[in-house]
Design a protein around this ligand. Structure first.
Ligand code: GN1
Ligand code: MG
Length: 359
């Protein structure tokens, strides 16, 4: 790792690199070195090029967004612009063919990787809201679709059916109950597809991985400092960013908890308020009214992705034990059930979310 780092910076001594974060895809380290007697720290990250097959396009997107945000007067967050290596490039390739990049390290911040309490949910949802708002003026045509069909649920459904038919890992039998519940969620996917086909959802630049842990908070004040993990920034619909917040902020347990999650309603309410407070200015009526559908969609889609990966033999997500992806899928299906039961209250908060006097 030191050798890679030396392609980005000239320094006197290397202090080492420690893993940080809890991502399922990339490998992230906090690396430090000494230059002219001063310690400096940066984030060093290996980009998973099996998932991001066009690393250069990912970095171009990140650069376009960083440049756009840096020109927005009043944008309230810091911008994790990638560092240029000594050869002027944003990516460096090691002997094993891995791609590495470096980001600034924001001292005195933390990523709330655990399930956020209401105040954290509020701050993080505001941060994502501000991020989306500031990107409204950046033409989506300037952003590449780095993972084609990332939220194309029809395509993901077809992929699911293909593994069901082929059963390459011999796991269809074990997953029968989850498969049946997956079919029960199909109407949600159809509703989203219909909205997309009708052109009812404006194309916007979205983040596509809006978990609380991708917002850095100030250690002392708890205020949002930066939105990070920009790899999945792509053209899409805000429904998915809202949905992924509900999916990751509001449950009572992590996405791989074998116990069925419940919804923490005070967290859900805070997230609606924080998000709508920053987005009502640009959301269309159709977008706003369909935010709760976005939650059903993204939770269902995540269940579909985990289940498909289980059936395919664990080819995408990192796993810690053989049933891990099935447990994740069951968890997400249970979460979808909880959201389905709370649709009326979620609808209400989405409609009144900016009124501080509600409830
Ligand atoms: C992946 O590794 P992480 O947490 O950044 C995935 C997301 C999933 C998430 C589920 C590029 O994100 O889409 O929602 O796992 N990222 C990609 O834990 O597939
Ligand atoms: Mg991510």
């Amino acid at each position: 790792m030191e050798a890679i780092f030396r392609r980005f910076f000239e320094f006197d001594s290397w202090l080492g690199a420690d893993p940080v974060g809890a991502g399922n895809i990339n490998d992230t380290y906090l690396a430090s070195f000494v230059v002219a007697g001063r310690r400096q720290s940066y984030i060093l990250q290996r980009l998973n090029h099996r998932v991001f097959t066009d690393p250069e396009a990912v970095m171009l997107n990140i650069r376009t967004v960083a440049q756009h945000l840096s020109k927005q007067p009043g944008f309230p967050l810091r911008i994790p612009a990638p560092a240029l290596a000594l050869d002027g490039r944003l990516l460096q390739r090691d002997e094993a063919g891995n791609f590495w990049r470096v980001f600034p390290y924001f001292a005195d911040t933390y990523a709330p990787e655990h399930l956020p309490e209401a105040a954290v949910a509020y701050a993080a949802a505001q941060a994502y809201g501000s991020f989306l708002d500031a990107l409204c003026s950046c033409p989506p045509e300037n952003i590449r679709e780095t993972i084609p069909g990332f939220h194309d649920t029809d395509r993901r459904w077809a992929g699911f059916q293909a593994v069901l038919e082929q059963d390459p890992a011999g796991r269809v039998k074990t997953a029968q109950a989850a498969i049946e519940r997956m079919y029960a969620a199909k109407p949600v996917f159809d509703a989203i597809s219909a909205l997309k086909r009708a052109g009812a959802l404006p194309s916007r630049i979205t983040h596509n991985d809006t978990k609380a842990g991708n917002v850095l908070l100030d250690l002392h004040t708890g205020r949002a400092v930066a939105v990070i993990d920009w790899d999945t920034i792509m053209p899409g619909t805000v429904l998915s960013d809202f949905g992924d917040m509900v999916r990751t902020f509001a449950p009572t347990g992590p996405e791989d908890d074998p116990a069925a999650p419940q919804l923490r309603l005070e967290v859900l309410e805070s997230l609606c308020r924080g998000f709508l407070g920053k987005t009502v200015g640009f959301l269309t009526a159709t977008e706003r009214v369909n935010l709760p559908l976005g939650a059903q969609w993204i939770i269902g889609e995540q269940a579909l992705r985990f289940l498909t990966d289980f059936l395919a033999g664990d080819v995408y997500y990192k796993i810690k034990y053989p049933e891990h992806n099935l447990v994740r899928a069951q968890n997400q299906l249970a979460l979808l059930g909880a959201v389905n039961r709370h649709m009326p209250v979620l609808q209400e908060w989405v409609h009144t979310g900016i009124n501080p006097n509600t409830r």
